[in-house]
Design a protein around this ligand. Structure first.
Ligand code: PMP
Length: 306
């Protein structure tokens, strides 16, 4: 099935993707006034079930982003969960998928502001494979672009326009021969990747930048901290210096799209031995969880077909 013929949800109903258009003067297109989520669904072939991961957390974060942009979602989180299940069924997906719920200022008018502009919610789903096609760890650089600062653009909201920051850093990294970028905050501390949170292991302790480091408060980040604590690994949220990364034993990224992905080098310095025992344990726990193989994690998964 092509994207064009897939079924999407917007304006209170399901429609073919192709039948929905937005005008050239749409506020969100002109000013980046929208917010969105990325959600994954994992197909379990043995159980013939598609597990939607952390729908509640994602829809709650979408509502929080919308609140910051003076928007109100037209549905409650519970309604959105039902709509999402229905969308998956109507598309009859039997593979891993990525869901893109978003709400954007849909008025076709000139005038930059947030209040009193009409908005529209939409939900699109697409089949989705691996986000990065790299084995043996990512080669990463520190970007010359600093991460947006919450004092200029809300960092904890997934704001459409703010992704120019991620795009600048990602293109800089890829065109420079790297796989991904790490962005520092304005004061020089490690913030996150272009669309991932970052963790490092030092002396067996897992560290990640705290929520005041202009990070997006990642859903996967929270899951990984929980899984690590279950494994008896100490987890600390604090500011991280750039050079701490160079001497870390392990570094990995987390995100809905990327999952958990080890970092092989930062700014040409190899990280640790490359064996990544803690990262590998977390990846295996994470995969069991998201594919419905860990009963303790079941409450975080919404089966689409039961
Ligand atoms: N930071 C940014 C800028 C992102 O776009 C994402 C992806 N949503 C993340 C971090 C990771 O967040 P999550 O685990 O919720 O996908």
């Amino acid at each position: 099935m092509s994207l064009q013929s897939s079924i999407i949800y917007t304006k209170g109903d399901f429609h073919p993707y192709d039948s929905m258009k937005v005008g050239l003067l749409t506020h969100a297109l002109q000013y980046g006034t929208g917010c969105f989520e990325g959600v994954r669904g994992f197909w379990n072939d043995e159980q013939h079930e598609l597990f939607l991961l952390d729908l509640k957390e994602h829809y709650d974060r979408l509502a929080a982003s919308a609140r910051i942009l003076f928007m109100t979602l037209p549905h409650t989180t519970d309604e959105l969960i039902q709509i999402t299940k229905e969308l998956v069924r109507r598309n009859d997906f039997r593979t891993n998928i990525y869901l893109r719920p978003f709400i954007f200022k849909s008025a076709e008018e000139i005038g930059v502001r947030l209040h009193d502009v009409a908005d529209q919610f939409a939900l699109i789903a697409v089949p989705f494979g691996r986000y990065v096609n790299v084995d043996n760890g990512l080669r990463v650089c520190t970007s010359a672009w600093r991460r947006i600062d919450d004092a200029t653009t809300p960092a904890r909201a997934k704001v459409t326009g703010a992704y120019i920051n991620s795009a600048l850093a990602k293109s800089e990294a890829l065109l420079g021969g790297f796989d991904e970028a790490i962005m520092l905050s304005a004061d020089g501390h490690v913030s996150e990747g272009s669309a991932e949170n970052i963790f490092m292991v030092r002396r067996g302790v897992l560290y990640t930048p705290d929520c005041s480091q202009n990070i997006l408060e990642g859903v996967t980040r929270r899951t990984v901290m929980e899984l690590a604590r279950e494994l008896g690994i100490e987890v600390v949220e604090r500011a991280i210096d750039r050079t701490e990364l160079f001497v870390a034993e392990e570094i990995f990224f987390t995100g809905t799209a990327i999952g958990i992905e080890p970092v092989a080098s930062v700014d040409h310095r190899q990280i640790g031995s490359g064996e990544n025992p803690i990262t590998q344990q977390l990846i295996s726990r994470y995969n069991d969880a998201v594919y419905g193989r860990n009963p303790a994690f079941a409450t975080r998964l919404t089966p689409a077909y039961v």
